[in-house]
Design a protein around this ligand. Structure first.
Ligand SMILES: O=C(O)c1ccccc1NCC(=O)[C@H](O)[C@H](O)COP(=O)(O)O
Length: 207
């Protein structure tokens, strides 16, 4: 199966529509106050309308409360939830929706082979580069080589762009690759050429 492509951090419906037309498999929307890519509830219906139903629309949170998740589910109607903080499996499951769980990689990441056991209900893991003290989406790559084989599919994230995504796919053979800053001209503003180049490079790997 060829690698799936998720682009994250959309703030503009037109960018999401273009990514969909270019053939991505998943589109992420960040609902994290303090993020430069934070999308408020009232901007969500336009993004929902721009994304065809066959493409995953992913709502991303960092340690939200349950009411916030429910409000985003109503406004965005996502097909998948992404928890990017310290949420426990029991918290993530309460919404009755499939979810993917991010794991911060790099210094201090610990043993992900063990950490995955805390998330028996997750559909997949997003392995993401991490800058201590920062929220996420920093374009931070981590060392791809030597990752353990996990029990669930991997979305490989963190500093991916057209110039390194093929190497990343060859090294990790992930289920999906996930990019945000590498396809932007500014935080939350997606760049058409960078998106096209990324997709071409990911597909050129031939998986
Ligand atoms: O993008 C954000 O602002 C953000 C805020 C809080 C938590 C996570 C956030 N982004 C994570 C992601 O968008 C993805 O995991 C992403 O593909 C990796 O980002 P990047 O390294 O910029 O490609």
């Amino acid at each position: 199966m060829s690698v799936r492509i998720k682009f994250c951090g959309f703030t503009r419906a037109a960018d999401a529509a273009l990514a969909a037309a270019l053939g991505v498999h998943a589109i992420g929307v960040v609902h994290v106050p303090g993020s430069k890519r934070h999308v408020p509830l009232d901007a969500m219906p336009a993004i929902r309308a721009a994304v065809p139903a066959h493409i995953d629309l992913v709502a991303l949170f960092v340690n939200p409360d349950a009411d916030t998740v429910r409000a985003v589910m109503a406004a965005l109607q996502p097909s998948l939830l992404q928890f990017h903080g310290d949420e426990a499996d029991a918290f993530c499951t309460q919404f009755g929706m499939p979810f993917i769980k991010a794991m911060a990689m790099g210094e201090g990441a610990g043993d992900i082979g063990l950490r995955q056991k805390d998330y028996p209900s997750a559909q997949a893991f997003v392995l993401d580069g991490h800058v201590p003290g920062q929220l996420g989406g920093q374009g931070e790559r981590f060392a791809w080589a030597g990752l353990p084989i996990l029990d669930k599919p991997i979305y490989l994230a963190g500093g991916l762009h057209a110039g390194n995504v093929a190497e990343a796919i060859r090294t990790v053979t992930p289920f999906a690759v996930d990019a945000s800053s590498g396809i932007e001209s500014a935080p939350g503003v997606k760049d058409a050429d960078k998106m096209r180049d990324f997709i071409r490079a990911a597909r050129a790997d031939g998986r």
